[in-house]
Write a protein that binds this ligand. Structure first.
Ligand SMILES: Cc1cc2nc3c(=O)[nH]c(=O)nc-3n(C[C@H](O)[C@H](O)[C@H](O)COP(=O)(O)OP(=O)(O)OC[C@H]3O[C@@H](n4cnc5c(N)ncnc54)[C@H](O)[C@@H]3O)c2cc1C
Length: 289
């Protein structure tokens, strides 16, 4: 399979990329790792006339700390997120999710920014970043703005990014002491993409009571969904096996999963409750340390 003919230009800076986007308009498309865009071009689902490569732009790759946040450059590849000492220390769920993406080749080329901008409903990182209450910094010629994760994923393959914006960094609040994070997924046996996945962020007092929780589920909708009933079922409660199981049983409430040849809606809802429980239990264990 070959894509339609296209032009290519390597941007030298974010400002240069923004100018190139303005010049090419709807005919131009940003290129990061190319691991979603190029397959889409080969299938002729997308046929941009010019690719504007961000891979050569300095300063968009790496993980650092700014105040109470981890800052991850949009061009950071999945393998670097998975192996980052900062990510593994502060938000192990994110390292866990990045390590589960595709295969070695995909993890060495695909980027966190490309993954969230593409917003595939079967992607891993949107789910875990939802549980972590991440925000996304978008830059245009008018300046920068931050978009909270609950407003970012708006539909299938659609985000709150405007056509004239580049995602430059992802900011992840460093969880408070006594917080554990975890991510689990049921991968599709052929593609490895998410059938259903669950991410949990749980804050636990020394007494064993849950003081805060964010639970996100993947595979049930057009993007990650917050399992609000599950979150409420944990908050202020002792984190016992019974409380966790009862809360997790509500993880798929009021969802209408898309059926496919591999998994029906009822199956996905059932798996969501099981995987929510697994993620919460793993996060609670980490919160104890
Ligand atoms: C064989 C295979 C298996 C895979 N398995 C999984 C999996 O198990 N789980 C999973 O989550 N994903 C999986 N993926 C997808 C992979 O994670 C991609 O790397 C990712 O979805 C896109 O990242 P990219 O850097 O390759 O982006 P690209 O393909 O370069 O770009 C994707 C889209 O995002 C836009 N974009 C990119 N960067 C920016 C930016 N900084 N600002 C604004 N827009 C931007 C592009 O214009 C394009 O529309 C798989 C891919 C392949 C090929």
């Amino acid at each position: 399979m070959f894509p339609a003919n296209f032009g290519y230009v390597a941007a030298r800076s974010v400002e240069d990329a923004l100018q190139l986007m303005a010049k090419h308009g709807e005919d131009g498309k940003l290129l990061a790792g190319g691991h979603s865009l190029i397959p889409a071009m080969k299938l002729r689902l997308q046929s941009p006339q010019t690719l504007i490569d961000l891979g050569t732009v300095p300063g968009l790759r790496g993980v650092s700390i700014d105040g109470n946040s981890l800052v991850i450059g949009a061009l950071t590849v999945h393998a670097d997120v998975a192996s980052s000492e900062l990510v593994r220390k502060h938000v192990p769920a994110l390292a866990e999710a990045a390590a589960m993406i595709g295969d070695v080749q995909v993890r060495n080329r695909g980027t966190i920014g490309g993954s969230v901008a593409h917003a595939d409903p079967a992607a891993d990182l949107p789910v875990v970043l939802t549980s972590l209450n991440a925000s996304f910094v978008a830059q245009s010629v008018s300046g920068k703005r931050a978009i909270g994760v609950d407003d970012f994923f708006t539909d299938f393959y659609t985000t709150a990014l405007n056509a004239n914006e580049i995602l430059t960094e992802i900011r992840v609040p460093i969880p408070a002491a006594g917080t554990g994070t975890a991510y689990v997924k049921l991968p599709h046996p052929a593609s490895g993409y998410v059938v259903v996945s669950a991410a949990a962020v749980i804050t636990r007092q020394a007494s064993g009571t849950c003081t805060a929780s964010r639970i996100a589920i993947g595979g049930l909708g057009s993007g990650p969904i917050r399992a609000i009933a599950t979150e409420l079922g944990l908050q202020g409660k002792p984190l016992t096996t019974q409380t966790i199981a009862a809360a997790a049983a509500k993880a798929a409430e009021e969802t209408d999963p898309v059926e496919d040849s591999y998994a029906g809606a009822e199956y996905k809802r059932d798996v969501a409750t099981v995987y929510a429980r697994k993620a919460i239990e793993a996060a609670v264990e980490r919160a104890k340390n």
